[in-house]
Design a protein around this ligand. Structure first.
Ligand code: HEM
Length: 135
């Protein structure tokens, strides 16, 4: 990721933070529309789950320019996800739901550059998680 992409991801995420509960709701609704078979993997309270997801995205977004500082936590997250029953193919479905949610939340601010910056950021996280789960 270029420094410009890191900055775009951060500035756009900052706009989503004030509506994070709505964003989390939109995200899970979309995710389960795309793949209803994912529903049973989630056993906890969805509101709490949504807030955890947004907090983790926030941490990751904060660490994108110091990747070595977040890699161990992201690897551990990937290993936990394998235990939750998450498979590699599910990462693409989550990517679609996430990008769609950002588009809803950001409206016109979801420019092609913002989209490609988020696609790279998610790709880095998902790749690190999948590699750790497979290791
Ligand atoms: C960049 C990608 C992702 C991030 C940042 C992320 C983040 C998180 C976080 C922070 C948790 C809370 C529990 C923990 O820390 O272990 C969690 C749990 C979970 N995530 Fe993810 N996740 C990602 C991708 C996925 C994908 C692709 C799936 C597939 C459906 C998924 C399904 C789940 C499930 C099933 C749980 C456990 C829920 C429960 O116990 O009820 N996540 N995720």
């Amino acid at each position: 990721m270029t420094p410009e992409q890191v900055a775009l991801v951060r500035s756009s995420f900052a706009k989503v933070v004030p509506i994070k509960e709505t964003a989390a709701d939109l995200f899970y609704t979309r995710l389960f529309e795309l793949d209803p078979s994912l529903k049973p993997l989630f056993k906890g309270d969805m509101k709490e789950q949504g807030l955890k997801l947004m907090t983790m995205i926030g941490t990751a977004v904060g660490g994108l320019d110091r990747l070595d500082s977040i890699v161990p936590a992201v690897q551990a997250l990937g290993r936990r996800h394998a235990d939750y029953g998450v498979q590699d193919k599910h990462y693409d479905t989550v990517a679609s739901a996430l990008l769609w949610t950002l588009e809803q939340g950001l409206g016109a601010a979801f420019t092609p550059d913002v989209k490609s910056a988020w696609t790279s950021a998610y790709g880095v996280l998902a790749g690190t998680m999948k590699d750790a789960a497979a290791a």
